[in-house]
Design a protein around this ligand. Sequence first.
Ligand SMILES: [Cu+2]
Length: 178
Amino acid sequence: MKQFLIRIFVMLMIFSFMTSNVIAQEDHEETDAVCDTPTQFIEITGDKDNKGALAFDKDTLNVDKDTCVQITFTNMASVIEHDFTVDEDADNGFHGVHVHIANNTAGINNTSSKTALFKTPAVDITYEFYCSVQGHKGAGMVGDLIVGDGSKAPGFELTLAITAILAMIAIPQLRKRN
Ligand SMILES: [Cu+2]
């Protein structure tokens, strides 16, 4: 009997823990107010067709450097919460972006959008944007936020230049042989 009661207690504990995690977050956006006059506007949608797809409608977003950008994030899903998240990059003075649309306000066959402003860093860089709802990033809700030329590998242009020089030397040599 005692063991039975312990089992019931443990099951209740697990159940209350699970339900506490299931409660949806309210719509919110967390971006430090680092700019207030947007000059660039981008839009992205989560679960575009409201079919439960864990996907954004875009794989890449392009923004200029050192610019105030307004992002409009739309969650078409009637029952699934989504967000648009870019992590902070303190090294380049970028504060990150987080726009969350809870499922409970989307409504069936309705849409729900939210905008946020953010200042892009002053460097060419590529950040990952993703949905931070558990499991969504792993399922494919991820993409590239390309700032400026987005240069990921600083050595790329140098490699290209060296290859071009080598080709200019090598091609005439090969021609002589023929
Ligand atoms: Cu999501």
